[in-house]
Design a protein around this ligand. Structure first.
Ligand code: FA5
Ligand code: MG
Length: 442
């Protein structure tokens, strides 16, 4: 059978996720088999898995009854839940099929736990919530990015009609006293809000209210990261009393999200680089208004659980979480029931990498999305692909065509790969690129 260029992976007419069946639509469906099968793994619910343990530890910083935990919401949501309810404009790039896994035109695999914000603000009467879940994104391939990962959404609200004298700022600052302090200097050169980059929601919040909520938010999240690090340090000392750790370094960076303002991201210094661990901000008042609770206001955050787990256990590569190898899983046995037995991950010896390069001319119609390329590589190489990186690109001065060169590093975590095996995978990648993306190999 001859495959037509850019043909989609053979498409089932319906798929079943967590026991529910959904009709697919040939214009939108783009979920490859490896991603679809990951919907049943639910690592955040698998006792003693490092993602589960990390969830437990983060949840300990946001205890009940103030925060109500949820961890069993289906990954299949509507475009309304994932985007519209949060104020994403119709042309937002995150909606593109190059970035998001669609089942049909109105149904997708959630790209973030924020997809449940609007519903939870509407249904939940408590002062706060935590939502842990698997999320799905077409994205780059390297040691901290994987198409399936885990997030925890947290939100904390105050009700104007329920605080003394309706004074939100005072109530928030009073509640802030309950958050453990720390002596660590955090880089935060950002003003509490900025008229263009990070505006105060003037129609709804006073400067004092927004500032108090922002301070409560940052203090809560810093306390959580400090707690994670002190547990990681204790684990390391147990393993090696001479252990000397790098001091914890954190910094706040201004950010933009359609559903918070002002907004920030928190970065932690890890393995020689700043690693973004979460996004957060003061909730857009429209969300509360649309949820029928206009008197509430507060903050929300979304944290990458996998990234925190990497910091906690010093796990060097995000693919390891998907390993079913006993040498990996047995290292965490029993920890969920006794968090103080937490140990540090002992990496199994690294196998040699097999880097292979591929260079090609982009299609003449200019229709090339890097994530399509990433997915083909992942679809063929699976978890043996460690990293895909562009190392050269240029435009031909006469023809105007663009050429790209990528390095693909093949390396398994559980076994030695032969050079031949890498060659075979790479050859298959090269062929598939021409068939499916219409590129011309060089
Ligand atoms: C969001 O997803 C927002 N929903 C976060 C948010 C929630 C903001 C509530 C405001 C209020 P972002 O795309 O930056 O934001 O992702 C949040 C975190 O998920 C990142 O900081 C990172 O830790 C993690 N993350 C993002 N992409 C990946 C990936 N491909 N693999 C692993 N972790 C990832
Ligand atoms: Mg981000």
């Amino acid at each position: 059978i001859q495959e037509s260029p850019k043909a989609q992976p053979s498409q089932p007419s319906s798929i079943t996720v967590q026991g529910s069946t959904y009709q697919t639509d040939s214009k939108w469906f783009n979920v490859p088999p490896n991603v679809l099968s990951a919907t049943s793994r639910r690592l955040h619910l698998q006792k003693d898995h490092p993602i589960y343990i990390t969830r437990q530890i983060i949840e300990a910083s946001f205890p009940g009854p103030t925060f109500k935990p949820y961890s069993d919401l289906s990954p299949v949501v509507t475009t309304h839940q994932n985007f519209d309810s949060l104020g994403f404009p119709p042309d937002h790039p995150g909606r593109a099929r190059s970035d998001t896994y669609y089942i049909n035109g109105t149904t997708l695999l959630r790209t973030h736990t924020s997809a449940h914000q609007a519903d939870t603000f509407r249904a939940d009467e408590s002062d706060g919530y935590l939502i842990s879940a698997d999320v799905y994104r077409r994205d780059a391939i390297d040691s901290s990015h994987y198409p399936v990962f885990h997030q925890m959404e947290g939100a904390r609200s105050w009700d104007r009609t329920k605080v003394p004298n309706g004074n939100i700022a005072a109530a928030v600052l009073k509640d802030m006293k309950a958050i453990p302090g720390h002596g660590i200097k955090v880089e935060d050169p950002n003003p509490p809000f900025h008229p263009e980059r990070n505006p105060l929601q003037e129609a709804h919040h006073s400067a004092a209210e927004s500032e108090a909520i922002g301070r409560h938010l940052k203090k809560s999240l810093e306390a959580m990261v400090v707690d994670v690090f002190s547990r990681a340090k204790a684990a390391a000392f147990k393993a090696d009393p001479d252990f000397v750790d790098e001091p914890l370094q954190m910094r706040w960076v201004e950010a933009y999200f359609p559903f918070t303002s002002p907004s920030w991201e928190l970065e932690v210094y890890y393995a020689g680089d700043w690693l973004e661990v979460l996004g957060c901000g003061v909730v857009r008042q429209d969300l509360y208004i649309n949820a029928g609770v206009p008197n509430k206001l507060g903050w929300a955050f979304g944290i990458g659980i996998d990234r925190i787990a990497m910091l906690l256990f010093r796990i060097p590569d995000i693919r390891l979480f998907w390993s079913q190898d006993e040498r990996f899983l047995s290292q965490f046995a029993g920890v969920s029931d006794k968090l103080d037995t937490l140990g540090r991950f002992v990496p199994f010896s690294k196998y040699p990498p097999s880097p292979r390069d591929v260079s090609f001319w982009l299609p003449r119609d200019g229709d090339f999305h890097e994530n399509d390329f990433m997915e083909i590589v992942r679809g063929i190489g699976g978890d043996t692909v460690e990293e895909v990186k562009m190392f050269d690109s240029f435009t031909h001065p006469k023809t105007g065509r663009e050429s790209r060169a990528y390095r693909i590093v093949y390396r398994s975590w559980d076994r030695t790969m032969t050079g031949e095996e890498a060659n075979e995978l790479h050859e298959k990648v090269r062929q598939t690129l021409t068939q499916k993306l219409g590129v011309e190999l060089r």
